[in-house]
Design a protein around this ligand. Structure first.
Ligand code: HEC
Length: 453
């Protein structure tokens, strides 16, 4: 039994449509976001290290700018990272309800790792802000003041050193945790679309050491590279008029890095696309999937062309259009993956909607049975020997005793189901052995009769 099934209510047909839309939209936010996070942390830590080793100011500035631009703002973490990650998780949990696979456990692990990595990466980003503040402070107070005032100078030095070590630790922890999260995420997505493997893949190591995971991670990375390249061009040269006070040397470094990443990943992308298609079981393939794979290929060629000419001619004016095209590429790629996933789980979905329909029927049938009880004949067989409405027989007249229940049928049903000693003037009432449903109906019937009078 899958642990996550306990948390899930089986979805109806309409609900499943809604889940699929929610999943696609969440992925459309999440994939570009984690792509930019991966690209930004890798480039930033790389140039940060290189810049420190060679005391190269341009590298150091790039390390700072790229992490600031590509992680957008602190609140983006929630809107584009954590919330979509959780929605993706819950949508999968519903769609894979009753499916016997470890996908959900893996996905839970990757979501957790993503959230941890976000914390470290924003911490890393913050160290650059602090450094900037420190530098501004030093230039305001002047070199002399720091040299003469020993106490302050020492404190500032200590603070700077601490900030520097937080910077390198949080940067590299964030980077590797993020990468691990993305790897496991790619593995669980691939597994979700391969029902033929569900029965055989029983532990996480089998997923980690599998060619399919490796190739779907490759596909994710190459997409991430294209997104990062496009995003760098967009945020440095187009968004909000581009970055201010860029020297020519700096702009060249930015363009060169973005170009290398985008085009290097671009070359890998079609290869990964084909390999991951080939890895899908027949069950997950369909004409629609083939169609969307072709569409992805075409959009890729168009976007790739634009991207290439932008870098080749160093023409940044089309950066926004190219970035938009990259989003279209991501979108079709997600739709394609969702079509494969939809094919993979079609049997499962049939089962879920069947369970959901049965549960609905059950709820309905309960009410029908209750109303179908012939209360009057039960009364004649089991009660009338001792009770009348207006006269004392063996038991008290109903008109005297039912009123005190104030219309609370549940409470009265409890007594009829299991009578307790009440009035010392009467002997105890023997249990008449009514079923719960019959006692409920009887209670309601008595209340209706007595209050109508
Ligand atoms: C063998 C006789 C006998 C039969 C049969 C019997 N009752 Fe009673 N009933 C009594 C007696 C005696 C009392 C009084 C018990 C007391 O006050 O402790 C009583 C009390 C009650 C009361 C009042 C409870 C209260 O809170 O004061 C209700 C309501 C009632 N019976 C309903 C039923 C219904 C419904 C049936 C048929 C399913 C039924 N009885 C069958 C003897 C009987």
């Amino acid at each position: 039994m899958n642990f996550f099934d306990e948390l899930v209510i089986p979805a109806s047909n309409n609900h499943i449509m809604l889940l699929k839309y929610m999943l696609t939209i969440s992925l459309l936010l999440f994939i570009p976001y984690i792509s930019m996070m991966m690209g930004a942390t890798f480039i930033s830590t790389h140039f940060g290290k290189k810049g420190k080793a060679e005391s190269n100011k341009i590298y150091l500035r790039f390390a700072k700018d790229i992490i600031e631009k590509l992680t957008i703002t602190k609140s983006a973490e929630l809107a584009l990272g954590t919330i979509p990650a959780l929605s993706i998780f819950f949508a999968y949990a519903q769609l894979l309800y009753t499916a016997k696979t470890i996908t959900m456990g893996m996905l839970a692990l990757s979501v957790l790792l993503f959230i941890i990595s976000f914390v470290f990466i924003y911490k890393y980003r913050n160290t650059f802000k602090l450094e900037g503040i420190m530098n501004a402070f030093k230039s305001i107070s002047g070199k002399n003041a720091l040299e003469t005032d020993n106490e302050n100078a020492k404190e500032i030095k200590e603070f700077e050193e601490k900030n520097l070590s937080t910077n390198s630790v949080s940067g590299s922890v964030g980077k590797w945790v993020l990468l691990t999260a993305a790897y496991i995420f790619a593995g669980s997505m691939a597994l979700a679309s391969s029902p033929d493997k569900w029965a055989n893949v029983g532990n996480i190591l089998q997923v980690i050491f599998s060619w399919q995971t490796l190739f779907s991670f490759g596909a994710l990375l190459s997409l991430a590279g294209i997104i990062t390249g496009g995003a760098i061009m967009f945020y440095f040269f187009s968004w909000d008029g581009g970055l201010k006070d860029m020297t020519e040397e700096y702009a060249a470094l930015v363009k060169n890095t973005a170009g290398k990443i985008a085009l290097g990943s671009g070359i890998l992308f079609p290869l990964m696309l084909l390999i991951s298609y080939a890895y899908l079981p027949l069950q997950s393939q369909s004409p629609a999937l083939f169609f969307y794979t072709v569409v992805v290929m075409i959009v890729f060629l168009i976007a790739g062309n634009f991207l290439y000419s932008m870098f080749k001619n160093s023409d940044t004016s089309s950066a926004s259009a190219v970035f938009l095209l990259v989003f279209v590429l991501v979108m079709f790629n997600i739709i394609k993956d969702q079509v494969a996933f939809g094919n993979a789980i079609s049997d499962n979905v049939k089962e879920i909607t069947k369970i959901s329909a049965e549960e609905h029927k059950l709820i309905k049938s309960k009410t029908i049975e209750t109303t179908g009880i012939d209360v009057e004949s039960i009364f004649n067989q089991k009660c009338s020997a001792c009770h009348k409405f207006d006269q004392k027989v063996v038991g008290p007249p109903y008109n005297d005793v039912v009123g005190k229940y104030n219309g609370d049928a549940n409470k009265l049903a409890e007594f009829i189901f299991n009578p307790q000693k009440i009035d010392p003037a009467y002997p105890p009432m023997p249990n008449q052995g009514l079923k719960k449903k019959e006692a409920n109906a009887m209670a309601q019937w008595l209340i209706n009769k007595v209050t109508k009078k």
